[in-house]
Design a protein around this ligand. Structure first.
Ligand code: MN
Length: 251
């Protein structure tokens, strides 16, 4: 049985001409990584929070993909000119997804916006704009270069679930974000930081199989061993959870 992995989507307007040009899209980089790891990806379009329990009943795992910023109103942040791509429907849906996924211990991988959204959903706050947050911070928003370009190192806590998943204690990653976690939400632990102290990886402090990274492993691709392993850990955890659930049903 290949696990079914839900992948969150981003809203785009292809043109203003006709209604059908308003779309929610899953990025191929994510679906490719899920398939390469043995999962079957399905796109999740934002619906009301009341849909979430029934949806997660049918999924084996989740990927919270990158995308626009979380609305600062969600975490008591202040508006900033650099904030972009706010989608209130997406925020509402994904916050409900995080909370329900944690309650169910559903295997979850959060990437970039996904990690920030995770933190907000669980009660944390965000640094609204790294570039204007103070001196000494490195440029984390290297959107002028190809997405797979490596920009800075990340030190991973060697005893963490993040280290076990990626199989490395330190790595050099790409960086395509202008926001970061400020106050960490209850229930999360920091497992990786950039040289300037910016949080680049977090995990759950309990038995929830959840990995969250601020960089983009899906853009580093299947040839990059740590990135490949991260998706494989998600799919493996999804497989094990569903196998256990089925065994419980049969017994
Ligand atoms: Mn970074």
């Amino acid at each position: 049985m290949r696990p079914i992995i839900g992948v969150t989507t981003s809203r785009y307007t292809l043109s203003e001409r006709v209604d059908r040009d308003r779309v929610y899209l899953a990025f191929v980089t994510y679906t490719t990584m899920v398939r390469a790891a043995g999962g079957i990806p399905v796109s999740l379009t934002p619906g009301g929070a009341e849909e979430v329990p029934a949806l997660l009943e049918r999924l084996d795992g989740l990927v919270f993909a990158g995308g626009g910023d979380v609305d600062p109103e969600r975490y008591g942040g202040t508006p900033h000119e650099s904030v972009y791509g706010i989608d209130p429907a997406r925020d509402e849906f994904e916050i409900a997804l995080v909370q329900e996924a944690r309650d169910r211990r559903l295997p979850t991988l959060c990437i970039c916006r996904g990690m920030q959204l995770l933190n907000v959903a669980l009660g944390g706050t965000l640094l609204t704009d790294i570039a204007t947050a103070g001196p000494g911070l490195i440029d984390h928003q290297r959107i002028d270069e190809p997405a797979g370009t490596r920009q800075h190192t990340v030190d991973i806590d060697p005893g963490s679930s993040t280290a076990r998943a990626i199989g490395a204690g330190s790595l050099t990653v790409n960086s395509l974000h202008h926001q970061a976690i400020r106050d960490l939400a209850p229930g999360l632990v920091v497992t990786g930081r950039a040289p300037d102290g910016i949080i680049e990886a977090v995990a759950s402090d309990d038995d929830w199989p959840m990995w969250a990274v601020q960089w983009h492993p899906e853009s580093l691709g299947t040839d990059d061993e740590p990135s490949k392993r991260l998706f494989e850990h998600l799919v493996q955890a999804a497989l094990e959870r569903t196998a256990t659930a089925n065994a419980d049903t049969l017994s």
